[in-house]
Design a binder for this molecule. Structure first.
Ligand code: PLP
Length: 458
């Protein structure tokens, strides 16, 4: 099958085409190949629909909440309607707020900033750094890091125990990821929310990896907040979302001080200024809003809903099954997992290859097969180190000899996919893994700027 035939076949049957499917990349061994984007968990390609919607709006672009002109009014409506679309997509309750942020990281830092003084925070050590790290920056928060569970049931038990041991407490927050960015495994969000609420704690769901692959319904999950990023939801225009309970957001100081967050500012008799801050989402959106980012997210929400997220899930499950079955045929490959083979998961999978440095393997996938994956610790260092069996034996570089058999790997390789991924990309990946393990890389590699790259100096 030719490259162009691959792209055409998929375009015909795919209700959610993405950009970039016909992009050609050079191979170090000569020639070009269409790029196999298998790093959706880092940033997914834009949906064609999102791109088209943004392009159609672009000539009408104007300031939001600030102008009297027609395009300002139109842009303001678009921004506020985007908020409503996102609220619907997330199953928000009537009094929830949807705040547009820059990303999941920004959303969780915002939530950390608005927690009532002295809030106790419970967070699993397995979280992505975006949900692991924001809490300790506030000295008045008491953070409890929970050990990695080995089953979803154990996660609930560990949380229950921690919440019970530390009672009584005032405000408390549990932070949990919906789908792991390392293993793709789903966490028992509903059960964790029930445990949190039974002890009077609230819960925030890091849905950065869940929302692009799986329906998220705040009311149904009984979660208090949810955070996600546009660029992982096929809407790469610099916006993210924090949605959920209004009270703590409304009671806290604005995240950023500035125009848009303030209703009125007056001089005080003592010479200072008195500010009347908004009590709506605008309170935490100071500065000119990113209307294109917000509109792109809303467009993606609509596209995913209209195409039927259940269809996306079914297609992705078939690809996951194929991927896992293919990798199971290569004894040198070890797939990383917390919850075991039967755990429900999204299209994200990490693995190591016996005798290989992961950076070397990922570089060869790119340079020799045109396949884009990620290698490293995926901004979840404690989790990946646990899954790899602890701290590395020696800090080898990719130009150095590969890992000796039995040596603890330094890092892992992650493959991830979603809407618009053709079967051929997964098949090419499996073929590449088989060939690299059997025959080795066809090229020499060296380390440059911390990355493993093909050595083209010879
Ligand atoms: N949470 C999870 C589970 C993630 O996978 C990521 C990014 O990889 C983040 C949070 C942070 O997302 P962003 O970089 O868009 O802020």
């Amino acid at each position: 099958m030719s490259v162009s035939a691959v792209a055409t076949d998929t375009a015909v049957c795919d209700p959610l085409p993405v950009l970039g499917r016909d992009v050609l990349v050079p191979l170090v061994t000569g020639g070009q190949i269409d790029y196999a984007a298998l790093d959706y968990a880092a940033s997914a390609p834009a949906l064609q629909r999102v791109w088209d919607d943004v392009a159609a709006y672009a000539p009408y672009y104007g300031s939001v909440h600030r102008g009297a002109g027609y395009l300002s009014q139109l842009s303001t409506d678009l921004f506020e309607n985007s908020r409503a679309t996102v609220a619907e997509f997330l199953g928000c309750r009537a009094d929830d707020q949807v705040v547009f942020t820059r990303s999941t990281t920004d959303s969780l830092n915002l939530l950390a900033a608005v927690l009532p003084p002295g809030t106790r925070v419970f967070v699993f050590e397995t979280e992505h750094h975006a949900s692991l790290l924001p809490w300790e920056r506030r000295a008045d928060l008491a953070v409890t890091y929970l050990d990695a569970p080995r089953t979803p049931g154990q996660a609930v038990d560990i949380l229950e125990r921690a919440l019970t041991e530390r009672e009584p407490y005032g405000p408390a927050l549990v932070c949990v990821t919906g789908a792991s960015n390392v293993t793709g495994e789903l966490w028992p969000v509903r059960e964790l929310a029930a445990a949190a609420h039974a002890h009077g704690a609230r819960i925030v769901l890091d849905a950065a990896q869940l929302a692009p692959h799986h329906p998220v319904d705040l009311a149904e999950l009984d979660a208090d907040w949810v955070a996600f990023s546009g660029h992982k939801l096929y809407a790469p225009f610099g916006a993210g979302v924090l949605a959920g309970r209004a009270d703590w957001l409304r009671d806290a100081e604005p995240y950023l001080a500035g125009g848009g967050a303030s209703r009125s500012v007056t001089r005080r008799p003592d010479g200072g200024v008195a500010v009347d801050w908004h009590t709506t989402a605008a309170r935490h959106e100071a500065g000119s809003p990113n209307v294109i980012g917000a509109y792109a997210i809303a467009s993606a929400c609509k596209a995913l809903t209209e195409a039927g997220l259940e269809n996306l899930v079914a297609r992705e499950q078939a690809l996951i099954a194929r991927l896992r079955a293919g990798l199971a045929e290569v004894p040198e490959v070890k797939v990383l997992s917390l919850f075991g083979d039967d755990a429900p998961r999204v299209g994200v999978l990490s693995f190591v290859v016996e005798g290989w440095n992961s950076s070397h393997f990922a570089a060869a996938l790119s340079a020799e097969y045109g396949i884009g994956v990620r290698d490293g610790l995926f901004c979840a260092h404690p989790l990946v180190r646990t899954l790899l069996g602890g701290e590395p034996d020696s800090p080898a570089e990719c130009g150095a000899p590969d890992a000796a058999p039995g040596e603890k790997p330094l890092n892992a390789i992650r493959v991830s996919f979603g809407a618009g991924t053709p079967d051929e990309h997964v098949e090419r990946f499996l073929r590449a893994v088989g060939e690299l393990v059997r025959d080795g890389a066809r090229w020499n590699y060296r380390t440059e700027g911390g990355r493993c790259v093909p050595d083209t100096s010879a």
